[in-house]
Design a protein around this ligand. Structure first.
Ligand SMILES: Cc1cc2nc3c(=O)[nH]c(=O)nc-3n(C[C@H](O)[C@H](O)[C@H](O)COP(=O)(O)O)c2cc1C
Length: 459
């Protein structure tokens, strides 16, 4: 059977997100990011297009690497200001029935105990439609906001994240047994205390002695997403992730990363089919080739170079204000994300990019490729991309929102459905059941979280 194409929409509770400057385009509505009608319309458009999920990025910190100042980010609204993402979800869930919500939360600045409760609450309120994108951050500005001088070293952040995962697994999977909640009106007993267990954890980075405050939610552990693809990031993904998000400019770069994570997962005893790979892509559609090209050219005229430089500097930990636009980008090792810089310096030995080329590339849709054309041509491009990379889905960034997503729902989705590559209706159940079709809302036995499940009795 041909592989189904899954779609996530990629957005953030800010102006413009991955397309710096496009907020000045008349079609874009992200200036209304701080009001609910924008989000409700977006959620409804995505559900009309049977998108699997809305993936909400979050960056806890200001992009102040460029020129060692937040000015460029502020002038250009380069993911600054950025509001909190979790609070959007209940409102969007109330106007949809099937759309999933993959929300980013940075574990470096959030103790496991209140965070686990917040996610359980969301899983309850959405009937199990929630996922968590596990990130550890890449900006020193976030660390300074939290009382540290700088962020923790790159690989150490992943080590800390491993322990954090162990703790939230214990809370989500191990604290309440499945039949702990009785809700027995006749006897006046809500829960059986013998089936609710205290989690006691004394580790290198965390200490906790508590029961989980939420009763078991439909999925218990939310669907786990992760997006780092450095060597240490891949190891973390192979261990924990159910969905991996990647970004890179070409199939030549994405394909080997997909294969590497699948191989690593196999090595540690996980079924690689239980990890879905999504790569970033921006899709610009028109009824004719000429219309699509004209739309793309019009979008490009709104790119803000300084905004793109501010984003790139933050992602790569390199101050591009010290570069000439025609200089080649040099590889350096630092504590920001590793993959964004690798993409343009050494992931493809045939291509080292100049700063200007990177600006032109990230100006629309960040680090992923942009495909432009009629629904037929774009569907051909996507099918070829799937063939070359072996991904399972796309994380679709936008130039204008919700307009580009409405185009996808109205033009591309019918074409992909006609080709038998896209679901004609949503599967039933929670986000995990819809994504994996396993018939269970819970993580599989092979996932490391399952070892913290309570076997029953006492404790
Ligand atoms: C598609 C995609 C989405 C991401 N979203 C976020 C995000 O919302 N917040 C964040 O702090 N980092 C985000 N990241 C960054 C990753 O979590 C990670 O920090 C980065 O890729 C560097 O990790 P690495 O050095 O292991 O590659 C994203 C990365 C990708 C590829």
């Amino acid at each position: 059977m041909t592989k189904q194409i899954r779609l996530n929409a990629f957005a953030m509770n800010c102006v413009a997100h991955q397309s710096p400057g496009l907020w000045t385009h008349p079609r874009d509505r992200t200036l209304d990011y701080n009001r609910l009608p924008y989000w409700l319309d977006l959620a409804k458009a995505l559900e009309r297009g049977r998108f699997d999920g809305l993936f909400l990025a979050d960056v806890l910190g200001v992009y102040d690497v460029f020129g060692n100042s937040p000015d460029a980010a502020l002038r250009n609204a380069a993911q600054t200001p950025a509001n909190e993402p979790l609070m959007l979800i209940p409102a969007m869930a109330a106007v949809t029935q099937n759309l999933g919500f993959g929300v980013t939360s940075n574990l470096s600045f959030e103790p496991p105990y209140p965070f686990a409760r917040r996610m359980s609450t969301l899983d309850h309120l959405t009937d199990g439609r929630v996922g968590w994108n596990v990130v550890t951050g890449y900006l020193d500005s976030a660390a300074r906001g939290a009382g540290k001088d700088r962020q923790t070293a790159h690989d150490d952040r992943y080590d800390i994240a491993d322990e954090y995962m162990e703790l939230v697994y214990k809370l989500w999977e191990g604290s309440w047994e499945d039949d702990a909640v009785l809700r027995d009106r006749a006897r006046g007993i809500f829960a059986d205390p013998s089936k609710v267990h205290r989690i006691v954890h004394e580790g290198t980075n965390y200490k906790l002695n508590a029961i989980h405050l939420s009763e078991p939610s439909p999925q218990r552990t939310p669907v786990l997403y992760q997006a780092g693809t450095s060597p240490r990031g891949r190891k973390f993904a192979a261990q924990h992730a159910e969905c991996v998000f990647m970004s890179g400019p070409s199939a030549k770069i994405i394909g080997p990363r997909v294969a590497a994570i699948r191989a690593l997962a196999q090595e540690i005893g996980r079924n690689p089919a239980e990890i879905l790979m999504f790569s970033m892509m921006t899709i610009i559609l028109g009824r004719t080739e000429a219309e699509a090209k004209a739309k793309y050219a019009d979008y490009r005229a709104h790119i803000a170079t300084e905004g793109a430089l501010a984003l790139m500097s933050g992602w790569m930990g390199v101050d591009f204000s010290t570069y000439d636009l025609d200089q080649k980008v040099r590889h350096v090792q630092n504590d920001a994300g590793r993959t964004a810089l690798d993409n343009v310096t050494r992931a493809d030995p045939d291509r080292v990019w100049t700063v200007r080329e990177v600006v032109e590339h990230v100006g629309i849709g960040g680090a992923g490729p942009v495909v432009v054309g009629t629904p037929e041509k774009v569907a051909d491009d996507i099918e070829a991309w799937f063939e070359q990379t072996d991904v399972d889905g796309l994380n679709v960034a936008f130039a204008t929102s919700p307009g580009d997503f409405e185009d996808i729902a109205d033009m591309l989705v019918p074409e992909l459905t006609k080709r038998g590559r896209y679901k004609s209706e949503y599967a039933k159940g929670t986000l995990r059941e819809k994504l994996f079709g396993t018939g269970s809302a819970r993580l599989t036995e092979q996932h490391p979280a399952s070892r913290y499940r309570h076997a029953g009795k006492g404790g």
